[in-house]
Design a protein around this ligand. Structure first.
Ligand code: COA
Length: 470
């Protein structure tokens, strides 16, 4: 079987056993069972616990071996020393895949490493895929399956998240929810004893609900496999690779047993396979949202519109300092802009539409900039400015994004102001229009879309080369 078929029973199970399902609401095994039931999972659920006849109204079994029906997925939450026995029982029962939530494995030292090798070996011999150990599990907001502990689901969307850290994974879900960023699948891979990032990339590459893959990585064991998967994947991948410094690297080894490796090597490997690198959670989602909901840029020439000179200048600086260009406008564009501008401003790039701009000035100038053949992408900025009309600015950006899709030029918004108007800007987030609170974030998002344009161009050229002429 290929990876995708191997992993399907884990990610789309017809039946789930929760081994270590607990009577105590304070325990992880209780929470996992609860989360599965709360989300209304429609398959069969088998709580496994030798100490009690029932939990949450469901009959328990002392072991998976006592279950008469087939089990696709077993989620294991018993202390580490009991996991080998439980995994062996799963193998005998011909369970198709397991998720080992328990910690106490390679991340704790030599004894834990032996335990991890032991369970991996048992699973491999049985042809049973294993996620973890030391994992949160996964949350699938598209199919409403919460196979993880910690209560709460992400908003459904088109960005898949793979995380080596479970706690950070929850933090990222909550951040994404707050930013109105929807996720398709959230998979915590833990120590990656068997199923690793490469496998999950292969799986998500074929997932019709996922447009972009966002990752948090501490270390990669099989570099070749990872790079091959990333290369095969037609979807954009954006990743944080943590453990870049000696201090971070040492912390990663006790967190998930990861060997962080040389950052320079990771950096060049990521470049080779066009993985875009983010350096924190905010950046990861800035890029992921832009990649999921804006077209790739066909070149690096950026048009900038702002209602305040300072914001435009800063955006221009950021763009040029990271390899984008802020070109002069054609005479035709400048002439078309003039009637829409007050006499105190000049028709140039970056364009200052001044603090009193209303809907029409934003909209008309945005449309004209986008039609300039020397412009590949547009940053629309609004600063608070006292007399600014943020609601009209937001309306203009939404109209431009919706009406100018056919031009295939990305538009990102930038809002510089406080919570007073954040609520208004939320309308952009709800429509999945990238909006950033600083010039650097907006410029980097455009750079990310430009890199994606370049990646697609290179992939296209490579395909052409490989396809013999008729
Ligand atoms: N089969 C089925 N159930 C079993 C069992 C077995 N072989 N052995 C024990 N159980 C039952 C217990 O009776 C208990 O149920 P009860 O509370 O109703 O009595 C339940 O399974 C849990 O076992 P317990 O020994 O109480 O363990 P625990 O809940 O205190 O801890 C873990 C288990 C897995 C949660 C804990 O060892 C652990 O690893 N915690 C960290 C997890 C983590 O952080 N993972 C990484 C996240 S990113």
């Amino acid at each position: 079987m290929g990876t995708v078929e191997d992993l399907r029973p884990i990610f789309s199970p017809k039946s789930i056993a929760v081994i270590g399902a607990s009577r105590s609401p304070m325990k992880i095994g209780y929470e996992i069972l609860q989360n599965i039931l709360v989300q209304g999972y429609e398959g069969k659920v088998f709580p496994i616990n030798p100490e009690t006849p029932q939990i949450m109204g469901l009959k328990t079994q002392p072991s998976v071996l006592a279950v008469k029906e087939d089990i696709d997925l077993a989620i294991i939450a018993v202390p580490a020393e009991f996991v080998p026995k439980v995994v062996s029982e799963c193998a005998r029962k011909k369970v198709k895949g397991v998720i080992v939530i328990s910690s106490g494995f390679a991340e704790t030292g030599e004894r834990g490493k032996q335990l991890e090798d032991e369970i991996t070996e048992i699973a491999k011999k049985a042809g049973m895929r294993l996620i973890g150990p030391n994992t949160l599990g996964y949350k699938d907001p598209i199919d409403s399956l919460d196979a993880a502990f910690v209560f709460g689901m992400p908003m459904a969307g088109e960005i898949a998240l793979i995380s080596q850290s479970g706690a950070l994974c929850i933090g990222m879900i909550n951040y994404a929810n707050g930013e109105h960023i929807g996720l398709s699948r959230v998979i915590s891979v833990g120590n990656k004893a068997d199923v690793d990032d490469g496998d999950v990339i292969d799986y998500l590459a074929r997932d019709p609900e996922t447009k972009v893959i966002a990752m948090y990585i501490e270390g990669i064991k099989d570099g070749r496999k990872f790079l091959d998967s990333a290369k095969r994947c037609a979807k954009p991948i954006v990743a944080i690779k943590a453990g870049r410094t000696p201090a971070g690297s040492a912390a990663a080894s006790t967190h998930t047993g990861a060997l962080s490796g040389s950052d320079v090597v990771y950096d060049s490997a990521f470049k080779q396979v066009h993985i875009q690198r983010a350096y924190d959670v905010i950046e990861l989602f800035d890029y992921a949202r832009a990649l999921a909901y804006q077209p790739p840029a066909q070149g690096n020439r950026v048009g900038i519109i702002s209602n305040g000179g300072g914001a435009g200048i800063m955006t221009a600086d950021w763009c040029e300092s990271i390899g984008l260009r802020v070109p002069s406008l054609t005479k035709k564009t400048a002439d078309a802009l003039k009637p829409h501008l007050p006499p105190i401003t000049s028709a140039r790039n970056p364009l200052d539409v001044t603090g009193d701009a209303r809907f029409h000035r934003y909209y008309a100038t945005g449309a004209i900039m986008l039609s300039d053949p020397n412009i590949d992408s547009l940053v629309m900025t609004c600063v608070h400015a006292g007399i600014a009309r943020p609601r009209e600015y937001v309306g203009a950006v939404i109209k431009l994004v919706e009406e100018k899709r056919n031009l295939r030029k990305p538009i990102v918004a930038c809002w510089v102001g406080g919570p007073e108007t954040d609520e208004v800007v939320q309308d952009l987030r709800v429509k999945n229009i990238p909006v950033y609170a600083s010039a650097s974030r907006a410029a980097k998002a455009v750079k990310c879309l430009t890199e994606e344009g370049r990646r697609l161009e290179l992939v296209g050229k490579k395909k052409q080369k490989e396809t013999p002429a008729a």
